[in-house]
Design a protein around this ligand. Structure first.
Ligand code: ATP
Length: 388
């Protein structure tokens, strides 16, 4: 082999070695990335495992503090137990406090007012910030709600003079995200009424044994804050059609609903308290709650049509820096099947695209990208982004 042939062979060999080195470096990098991912997974699983291993606590009320210990009453089964409490906790504990106890009924912590179940279930707003002109479309529904809720509160004399009772309760029904809560808040705002919101599902899932008491408390709270609008969202959770099953959970739901009906039937005592309920599952409702004197004014809140979509888009972009060339009519045409909530998210998404592009004004292209994103997030147009 001549020296020049040997040199060529060495060069070839060198090129091969460099290529192999590159391939191995790439493999090493991807192995390292995989290791990082797996380490993250292990960390996450460890955390989940820890959470699963910690046993849950039960909620109880401290009834009496005695020299032998404290008497607690468990929620749900009302069982009374004499138990121990650590000296530190004992100093802070008063009769009537809510506490968390473990399997052996030892008091583990005293629940703060914020974690108190009752406080969590009801949201009270002295005067909600929603106005009728924040609601796009729904002109007819606004008229009906005003007639059934606002007028009896503002012009109760007129109802007395004519000699008729105003409708007892209003039931708003329609798909999620179409503005039912907004309607209820707007009417409370217009009448200077306190707005008290409670979700039916919260009543049932978290507070077995307490539903009926919560309903009583709700009406009591409303009476103390007259004029007040009570808004019960997801009413189907406590007023679903009766089923054949006889589990204790069902009996509990029944009791909660009976309490609601009896509060509503005692209409004369209700004074300046109006009740609005909402549901996405009208078909599931027990017809007993729709009888006269109960939820006797039904108002359907449908998905917005083209005109309403245009208005909703205008409402949700009025604070945004939108370029003059953006045609809301065109976007309204492209969002057939969208709900109000989806249109609100669409506007926010479009703003996000502008920010990502380092701009301060929002263009048509941003709306189109936002629309595409919505399409990618979920294949079915019209499925609410927020609820997907
Ligand atoms: P759910 O049944 O899930 O409680 P909902 O019908 O009560 O839904 P809202 O809570 O009133 O829906 O609406 C959710 C959000 O969607 C509102 O905060 C608002 O931003 C937007 N939205 C919905 N409908 C309208 C509308 N008609 N006009 C303007 N904004 C709307």
């Amino acid at each position: 082999m001549t020296p020049s042939e040997r040199l060529a062979a060495l060069r070839n060999h060198y090129t091969d070695v460099v290529r192999v080195n590159e391939t191995l470096t790439k493999q090493l990098r991807s192995a390292e990335q995989r290791r990082e991912r797996l380490t993250d997974d292990v960390d996450r699983l460890k955390r989940e495992n820890e959470t699963l291993k910690t046993s849950s606590l039960y909620v109880a009320t401290a009834e009496e503090l005695t020299d032998d210990g404290i008497v607690i009453k468990q929620h749900g089964n009302n069982q009374e137990v004499l138990t121990e409490v650590s000296p530190t906790l004992r100093g802070e504990l008063d009769a009537g406090d809510r506490v968390a106890v473990n399997d052996s009924f030892a008091v583990k912590q005293i629940l703060e007012a914020e974690t108190d179940a009752r406080a969590q279930a009801m949201q009270v707003e002295q005067r909600p910030g929603t106005a009728y002109n924040d609601i796009g479309g729904l002109t007819e529904q606004i008229r009906e709600v005003r007639e059934a809720v606002e007028q009896p509160l503002v012009q109760s004399d007129q109802f007395d003079a004519v000699g008729i009772d105003p409708p007892s309760g209003v039931l708003l029904h329609g798909p999620p995200g179409t503005g039912k809560t907004m309607l209820a808040r707007a009417v409370a705002n217009q009448t200077d009424a306190t707005f008290i919101k409670m979700a039916g599902s919260e009543l049932v899932h978290k507070f077995i044994g307490e539903g009926a008491k919560l309903v009583r408390d709700l009406f009591e709270l409303a009476r103390q804050n007259e004029p007040a609008v009570i808004f019960i969202d997801e009413i189907d959770a406590i007023a679903a059609k009766r089923t054949e099953s006889k589990t204790s959970g069902d009996a509990e739901v029944q009791r909660t609903m009976m309490q609601l009906l009896s509060e509503m039937d005692g209409f004369e005592d209700r004074g300046e308290v109006r009740i609005i309920a909402a549901t996405n599952r009208f078909d599931m409702l027990d017809r007993a709650i729709l009888r006269p004197g109960r939820f006797d004014r039904l108002i359907e809140v449908p998905k917005p049509g083209w005109d309403a979509r245009k208005q909703i888009l205008k409402i949700h972009t009025r604070e945004m820096n939108v370029d003059d060339s953006v045609d809301m009519e065109e976007i309204a045409s492209e969002t057939d099947g969208f709900t109000g909530a989806e249109l609100a998210s669409l506007a926010t998404e479009a703003g996000m695209f502008a920010i990502r592009d380092d701009r301060t004004e929002v263009r048509t292209a941003d709306f189109h990208e936002a629309l595409e994103k919505v399409g990618d997030d979920d294949d079915t147009t019209g499925t609410p982004i927020a609820f997907a």
